[in-house]
Ligand binder design. Structure first.
Ligand code: 2IT
Length: 446
């Protein structure tokens, strides 16, 4: 295979799907050399098949807002690849959701899920519904209307959605309530990220952020560096940023910045536990702003219109959205002495930013490895549901530790450079790809 030729064909076919093309390009570039050492992959046209989703459901979602106005949104579920297990991946509610965004996320999810060591295929779904400014009742009605269409496409052995941007515990509750009403099936394994009293796994809310910090620790330790005593800038203030801030602080680092679409909160002394808890309040308010943190707490300065990357830090942890850290941001971070960036959001860095980090020789790890603890703990939730049991937090945390260590080892195995350093982008892409490709090969031409 020639990555450039395949990209040219995809660009012709899906020219307007920028995020999807960006995600595919990064993977193909990483795997080209290894792929070409496997003529059996070429014969089975694995790469041509793996870049296309198995199927995409698109549906209209109509609901009534608090003023009695009828609203219409679009809903989607992209079932990307089921070679290693049932479809698995989150739902994103955000005004900018398009098929391109969900195809990129479903594609990434396929390789990420393969890295977790658990048998889960890749999927993603969501809607262009904008939760900002909506009331709780509106969120509930939207979730119910969304599930009215989705329920028939999912199931514990077919496709298991979870949360993502704009979908947290509250939304999963409303979605699950409507699912059981429509399907008359009471298998809690149909969604993950549920409440702890009705089939949810202890530690699932924290898992993405915790796992990201466990992975970051491995990256640092391998390079002879320490997390304790370092300063960290985090973008976002949602579920993922919250878990990351909690664990980073517990491990002795100082989180000196959190940000939102409105600007960045600079906290030179580091976030306190009260501030970290307050991130949840900010998220639940549906206002999508971080500025109130500076009004509520001493020692917090709000800088409007600025990103977290404008704050001098040792480690940058993008925890919000794709392409939230661009080439200019990378240059600013490097100029300020940043020596590590671990993507916690999916595709949080633009290709220019990744190149800048890699050219500068600083530590960089991609989202599909760093944030895989979230979906891995979803996988553990599925196991608990299938066994009708609930593990203690300690047990889930131990398994999460083990999984993040395994992912790190896989990245080192496939990404080690001749000088002993690790290209985590290449390592994660090859490790994930090899597993899915091998499974597709063994299952025949389907
Ligand atoms: O991007 C992700 O891995 C998620 N949003 C979590 C997916 C899941 O099924 O837990």
């Amino acid at each position: 295979m020639k990555a450039a030729e395949i990209m040219a064909r995809l660009e012709q076919k899906y020219g307007h799907e920028k995020e999807y093309l960006q995600a595919v390009h990064e993977v193909l570039e990483s795997i080209e050399e290894v792929y070409n050492q496997h003529p059996e992959f070429e014969k089975a046209k694995i790469v041509e098949r793996i870049v296309e989703p198995d199927r995409i459901f698109t549906f209209r979602v109509t609901w009534v807002d608090d003023n009695g106005n009828v609203q219409t949104n679009l809903g989607y579920r992209v079932q990307f690849n089921s070679a290693i297990g049932p479809y698995k991946g989150g739902l994103r509610f955000h005004k900018a959701v398009t098929p391109s965004m969900l195809k990129f996320l479903g594609f990434e999810q396929t390789f990420k899920n393969a890295l977790t060591t658990l048998p889960m295929g890749g999927a993603k779904g969501g809607s262009d519904f904008d939760p900002v400014g909506k009331s709780d009742a509106e969120i509930m009605r939207f979730c119910q209307a969304f599930m009215l269409e989705l329920w028939n496409c999912i199931g514990p052995e077919q496709d298991v959605p979870a949360g993502d941007v704009g979908v947290g515990g509250r939304e999963i509750g409303y979605l699950y309530g409507m699912y059981t009403k429509l399907a008359r099936r009471y298998n809690v394994g149909v969604l993950t990220g549920k409440g702890a009293n009705w089939g949810g796994s202890i530690l699932r809310p924290e898992a993405t952020g915790y796992g990201a910090l466990y992975f970051t620790e491995h990256v640092l330790n391998r390079a002879g560096k320490q997390l304790a005593g370092s300063t960290i800038a985090i973008s976002g203030f949602g579920n993922v940023a919250w878990g990351a801030a909690q664990k980073a602080t517990a491990l002795g680092a100082k989180v000196i910045a959190v940000s939102g679409p409105d600007g960045v909160c600079h906290v030179p002394a580091g976030l306190t536990n009260e501030m970290i808890d307050y991130m949840l309040v900010l998220r639940a308010s549906n206002n999508n702003v971080v500025a109130p943190m500076a009004e509520k707490f001493e020692g917090v300065t709000f800088i409007p219109g600025k990103k977290a990357w404008s704050i001098k830090c040792d480690i940058a942890l993008p925890c919000a959205f794709q392409n939230e850290l661009n080439g200019d941001d990378a240059k600013e971070l490097l100029a300020n002495g940043t020596w590590c960036c671990c993507e916690v959001s999916n595709m949080g860095c633009t290709p220019e930013a990744i190149k800048a980090f890699q050219d500068a020789g600083i530590l960089f790890a991609p989202g599909k490895a760093v944030n895989a603890g979230g979906v891995a703990t979803s996988g553990l939730e599925m196991t608990q549901n299938a066994m009708h049991i609930s593990w203690a937090g300690k047990e889930v945390d131990e398994k999460l530790h083990f999984i993040m260590e395994s992912i790190h080892e896989a990245c080192v195995k496939y990404g080690q450079r001749p000088d002993g350093t690790v290209d985590y982008v290449k390592g994660a892409n090859i490790a994930g790809f090899m597993k899915v490709a091998q499974a597709m090969l063994e299952q025949g031409t389907i």
